[in-house]
Design a protein around this ligand. Structure first.
Ligand SMILES: Cc1ncc(COP(=O)(O)O)c(C=O)c1O
Length: 337
């Protein structure tokens, strides 16, 4: 997206993450990092992971327990504290399939500014309702996130509102605070798996890992049914791809310049998983880790099931980011499949 293309990844420093963490910690609790022995047992069963066995326990970072039900609220809270005068005056306009939407709505409410969120018609109704419940105006436009984004930019231009790119550096820095917490909670991680849509979480993970835990691998996981970020990373240039995934949080249709710039040299691995594998991971979380995750929130575990022991190059615990709990009724019904 053009707004992000103008910003360099040099604006995403570890010192900025530390400063963001002060803002975020004043509003949000530290999320638990928990071992789930029953999940470890399930992952060791033949047929669950096809690859070499894991050489350490799995630790789940429970980001879904935050207000709004996803890690994205970190970005909204940080954004709220760093608003520019024009943004305060004219309000915010953004586009999202749901969790970035709730995050900006949450931040706007904190800061007392107006927020208009353009959501594609494919966004789950429960996420639209949640955004409205936070006091933001919801506009449904377009069938994909790309189309909703184009509409949001037009709306911002017409209304004078400030368009907030989902990869705005203030948002990426907010998301990165999850990894400051993570490496503080467990400095000896061998790897961390991060679900990727626009790539803010994975970019934040790389920035913090480089400063605090250079031996830990950061592994991105994306749905094979929405592979724009993965393709962009592999090609070394921004690519587009249709998004047909059932995991709405991962339904991006383009690589994003700012986050791709970070991921290009620093992400250790990036795997695609299909939507059935994401559903299976959500079932594991529900039955083995008392955790209700939406598809995007279960994707990192699906990546771990696919990679097995190949996820890490040394023994040690592996962190799996459970990033969101806003499961639609369909996602909850599929848990029983
Ligand atoms: C629950 C959840 N997990 C992961 C992601 C992917 O995050 P990002 O777009 O920062 O890559 C999203 C994006 O909305 C999400 O909602």
């Amino acid at each position: 997206m053009p707004a992000a293309a103008a910003v360099s990844s040099a604006s995403l420093t570890f010192a900025d993450v530390v400063a963001a963490a002060e803002v975020v910690a004043a509003e949000l609790p530290v999320t638990p990092l928990q071992a789930h022995p029953l999940l470890d047992l399930a992952l060791a069963e033949p047929g669950v992971g096809d690859r070499a066995p894991l050489a350490g326990p799995v630790l789940l970072k429970h980001e879904h327990v935050l207000p709004t039900g996803s890690f994205k609220v970190r970005g909204g809270v940080h954004l709220a504290a760093r608003l520019r005068p024009a943004e305060r005056r004219h309000g915010l306009v953004t586009c999202s399939t749901g969790n970035h939407a709730q995050s900006v709505a949450y931040g706007a409410r904190l800061a007392g500014v107006r927020a208009t969120i353009v959501m594609p018609s494919t966004a789950p109704a429960v996420k639209r309702d949640a955004v409205a419940a936070l006091g933001a105006e919801v506009v449904v436009a377009g069938a994909s996130l790309g189309e909703a984004g184009a509409h949001a930019r037009r709306l911002a231009a017409e209304s004078g509102g400030a368009f907030v790119c989902p990869t705005d550096p203030r948002i990426v820095l907010g998301h990165a605070t999850a990894y400051l917490e993570l490496f503080g909670q467990e400095p000896g991680l061998a790897a961390v798996l991060v679900p990727v849509g626009s790539g803010t979480g994975a970019a934040g993970a790389c920035v913090v890992r480089d400063a605090l835990a250079p031996g830990c691998r950061v592994v991105g996981v994306q749905s094979a049914a929405a592979p724009a970020g993965w393709r962009s990373w592999r090609a070394g240039r921004i690519e587009q791809a249709a998004a047909a995934t059932r995991a709405s949080g991962l339904a991006t249709t383009t690589g994003y310049p700012l986050t791709q710039e970070v991921l290009r040299g620093r992400l250790d691995d990036f795997v695609l998983v299909d939507d059935d594998a994401i559903d299976a991971a959500a079932r594991l979380l529900a039955t083995r880790a008392h955790t209700l995750a939406e598809g995007a929130g279960a994707a990192a575990l699906a990546g771990l099931v696919a990679l097995g022991g190949a996820v890490a190059e040394r023994p040690g615990p592996v962190a799996v980011m459970c990033t969101g709990a806003n499961a639609s009724a369909d996602e909850i019904a599929r848990l029983a499949a």
